[in-house]
Design a protein around this ligand. Structure first.
Ligand code: G3P
Ligand code: MG
Length: 255
């Protein structure tokens, strides 16, 4: 596989300005290969995906720790082997056109993203107690495929996972996810070597954005599906937004 992102400039942040959240999840089942492909078709330059582990330690792309909402399975993701997870239908809940769409492995998702010349924000979203293992196994998969640090951001709400990322893959930028940034976010950033704060859109106030920028970091806001809200955030100085509807955002702001 050729890494078509290899020539990207490390200082070109524009590819992360509009990030397709869980893929193009407004028009395809979230966190599937179909959602990634649709994001690329719509012109998105980056996607955000959530990764957790199967019971046998394979990184898979799924948001919830329980299978019920987005698949025809039930119970914890962490209780199922990779083989069992790959037999589930992760598309029918969204629409019959997506029947048979599976839960992708991280490896397959990465291969598709690279083949479509997109950047990736991988959110490490561990099942309970799996923080370190999820980060280290996801990083091991990425290390096999991803060569350009400019096109990859690892993020997590888990301090443990970010610490593993800092130690195992310092070359990849890290983002701390916090709906509401904790008062000690600066200390966490210093300790974890984070570059970005990823926060819920309503907490991305002009003063927070100014504080983050003054400290030398970037701020990305989630989840923003109305162009008017995105316009306000960009006016405040937000560096990027996560959106389920990249088509609407690209129409409003360009890719
Ligand atoms: O990474 C940004 C956003 O995806 C965090 O929230 O719950 O959608 O994974 P969530
Ligand atoms: Mg996420």
């Amino acid at each position: 596989m050729t890494n078509q992102n290899a020539a990207a400039s490390p200082n070109d942040w524009s590819r992360f300005r509009i990030i397709a959240h869980r893929g193009a999840s407004a028009v395809a089942p979230e966190n599937t290969l179909a959602a990634i492909a649709r994001a690329a078709d719509l012109g998105a330059r980056s996607v955000e995906l959530d990764v957790m582990l199967s019971s046998d330690g394979v990184p898979v792309i799924i948001h919830d720790t329980d299978l019920a909402r987005t698949t025809n399975g039930t119970g914890p993701v962490a209780a199922q082997s990779f083989d069992a997870l790959t037999r589930l239908d992760a598309g029918s809940w969204f629409g019959e056109a997506f029947a048979g769409e599976g839960i992708p492995s991280l490896a397959d998702a990465v291969a598709l993203i690279l083949s479509r010349n997109m950047a990736l924000n991988l959110e490490i979203k561990p099942s309970p107690g799996e923080d370190r293992a999820t980060a280290s196994r996801a990083i091991a998969v990425l290390a096999e495929a991803w060569s350009d640090p400019a096109t990859l951001v690892l993020s997590s709400a888990s301090i443990e996972a970010l610490a593993v990322a800092r130690d195992a893959a310092p070359q990849w930028r890290r983002g701390l996810i916090a709906d509401i940034p904790p008062p000690d976010w600066r200390d966490l950033f210093a300790d974890l070597g984070c570059a970005n704060l990823h926060c819920e859109a309503s907490t991305a106030t002009p003063s927070l954005i100014e504080e983050v920028h003054a400290a030398g970091y970037r701020l990305l806001a989630y989840t923003v599906n109305r162009p008017a809200v995105a316009a306000t955030l960009f006016k405040y100085g937000a560096d990027g937004i996560f959106t389920d509807d990249p088509a609407a955002m690209i129409a409003a702001f360009g890719a």
